[in-house]
Design a binder for this molecule. Structure first.
Ligand SMILES: [Zn+2]
Length: 348
């Protein structure tokens, strides 16, 4: 059987030789959130997770504290960098990550339970339907539908994790979704979108009065981001287009006819920040030489170095994991987690 890495190599090498500068738009000189010209570089980095070539810049607005990729990727650029991340070569790793996030799924359910009982729920950015699988165990009578741009949402339907799958862009599909749901969720979705205001406009359009919108995002104000700097996983370049401070999101929701009923900060903490940043360091020191987008072909030396760094790193990763678990217990009692949740109700 052909090695999937080798099978993917011709595609990547052809894309790379066509030049990756074409994947970036022109740099903008205003904040996409508030229009201020007071913007400055927060982070220069690369694709630390997959190691695909390219340099990326996150800029921060000094007026509203919004953080955004600048210049941002074109849609073709996004396709290139998302490829083999959640599916294909990255499928196994993505599955592990989503399975490990079960405590977050429970946190979302516990938050919503305090305010409503869903009857029809649309999860936007549903991926492989891991969250819906858990939530429908809690509310077996509710309908759970999922929307995603990737093929993953069709797999979620096949696996029975959701009742109906919508594949495509939410804003384009919004008209057919209007008035059909009493809960919509966007978990770690908005930060991946190119135009978060368009997404919020669309969700405001489809939700009737009294319905609920649950949003979870990485917290750009997190202490982890300051302490771990460029090695903080949640900067997640080049996928994250926008990192939205919680007060900005609450205001944008209010502007669109939503009242925020709950904000969770520490309680929404994902955890694993130390483990993940150490994993990024190890991957940087000795990337998997089979990766088909690396310029060099795999050699025995590169394979040995990757295995050796893996062997040295494993006990360190175990230690980081243990430390993360201890830290998480503390952090979940504070307001300083790596993510936040906002639950909002559509006004009548
Ligand atoms: Zn701004």
């Amino acid at each position: 059987m052909t090695d999937p890495h080798e099978a993917a190599r011709p595609y990547y090498q052809a894309e790379l030789s066509a030049g990756i500068e074409r994947f970036l738009e022109r740099r903008r000189d205003t904040c996409p959130w508030c229009g201020s010209t007071q913007i400055s570089v927060r982070l220069r980095t690369s694709d630390l997770v997959q190691r695909k070539p390219g340099r990326f810049i996150l800029e921060e607005c000094r007026t509203c504290r919004h953080i955004f990729q600048n210049p941002r990727l074109t849609p073709a650029g996004l396709d290139f960098y998302y490829r083999d991340f959640y599916d294909g070569l990255g499928r196994e790793m993505a599955e592990k990550t989503f399975t490990a996030a079960e405590h977050c799924y429970r946190g979302r359910v516990d938050l919503l339970k305090r305010f409503t009982t869903p009857t029809a729920w649309l999860d936007i950015g549903a991926g492989h339907g891991h969250f819906c699988r858990l939530a429908r165990g809690v509310w077996p009578d509710a309908v759970f539908d999922g929307l995603d741009q990737s093929v993953s949402v069709e797999e979620a339907k096949r696996l029975g994790r959701i009742d109906h799958s919508y594949r495509g862009e939410f804003v384009a599909l919004a008209d057919e979704l209007a008035g059909r749901y009493d809960v919509v969720s966007m978990h770690h979705y908005l930060e991946h979108t190119r135009e978060p205001f368009d997404e919020l406009d669309a969700v405001s359009k489809i939700l009737p009065a009294g319905s609920h919108l649950l949003i979870e995002l990485p917290d750009p104000e997190s202490l982890f981001g300051r302490v771990l700097g460029g090695w903080w996983m949640s900067w997640f370049q080049p996928q994250h287009q926008h990192m939205i401070p919680v007060r900005n999101l609450v205001q944008a929701l209010s502007d669109r006819g939503f009242s925020t009923v709950a904000v969770e900060r520490g309680a929404a903490h994902h955890g694993g920040d130390l483990f993940l940043s150490l994993a990024l360091v190890l991957t940087t020191v000795a990337p998997d030489p089979r990766l088909p987008w690396l310029a060099d072909t795999p050699t025995r030396w590169r394979q040995l170095r990757h295995s050796a760094v893996g062997a040295v790193g494993r006990p360190l990763l175990v230690g980081a994991y243990a430390l993360d678990s201890l830290l998480s217990k503390l952090v979940r009692r504070t307001r300083g987690g790596d993510a936040y949740r906002v639950l909002a109700r559509k006004d009548g």
